[in-house]
Design a protein around this ligand. Structure first.
Ligand code: FMN
Length: 197
């Protein structure tokens, strides 16, 4: 069994989503002894913005040189091979870090992860478990500003589009509020510990 662990926070040791994503991976290791884990750090090794050449390479046509097309193709293959995917997903400017968006752009490839048919759109990457470690400075869930969330809502939408239905979000909110930060992180970590119990 294979787990793909993706981190995207730019905040290194101060990152909340990295703490939670690491906990999620450890919980899955306890549940699945012998689990093979691959870690992709999108802040340490960012993918380039998607270009036409990257898209052509993903679809099997000859790549241009000078672009990280091999890294692009490797990212898609890694995703397709994974049974479980853990994503550390901070909210930046109401959406995803651009590093994480660049990775998502490698995954949505017509004919590989989705297709259009007479039945409409069809996701081809189903059967995977997706665990999202979400961190946010403010609070959005069940609040009047929930409409500002283009981070979790986007991840649910795009991975649903690719056919993934087994999606769990663990979130720490209000981490920018000093008086709430530690409790919020502890609550999310306890929730993750509960998954493995
Ligand atoms: C560049 C940047 C943009 C941010 N934008 C938002 C935002 O739009 N809304 C919010 O609630 N918090 C925002 N925050 C706070 C982060 O969501 C919060 O620090 C969270 O812990 C980030 O995850 P990380 O610690 O794993 O990087 C932002 C932080 C950074 C560094």
């Amino acid at each position: 069994m294979k787990l793909l662990h993706v981190d995207s926070s730019i905040l290194a040791a101060n990152s909340v989503s990295r703490i939670l994503s690491a906990d999620l991976v450890e919980a899955q290791r306890r549940l699945h002894p012998g689990l093979e884990v691959i870690h992709r750090d999108l802040a340490a090794q960012p993918l380039q913005h998607l270009s036409g050449a990257h898209l052509a390479a993903a679809q099997g046509t000859t790549p241009e040189t000078g672009l990280d097309v091999e890294a692009s193709v490797a990212a898609l293959e890694e995703f397709l091979a994974a049974d479980i995917i853990v994503i550390g997903a901070p909210m930046y400017n109401f959406g995803l870090p651009s590093q994480l968006k660049a990775w998502v752009d490698r995954l949505a490839v017509a004919g590989k992860t989705f297709r259009y048919s007479e039945k409409g759109v069809e996701g081809l990457a189903g059967g995977k478990k997706l665990l999202i470690a979400s961190s946010r400075g403010g609070a959005y869930a069940d609040t009047p500003i929930a409409f500002l969330d283009h981070q979790e809502s986007y991840l649910r939408a795009i991975f649903g589009f690719l056919g993934i239905t087994d999606i769990t979000v663990i979130r720490a909110e209000n981490v920018a509020r000093t008086e709430l930060r530690e409790k919020s992180i502890a609550t999310a970590r306890a929730e993750i510990a509960g998954i493995a119990a």
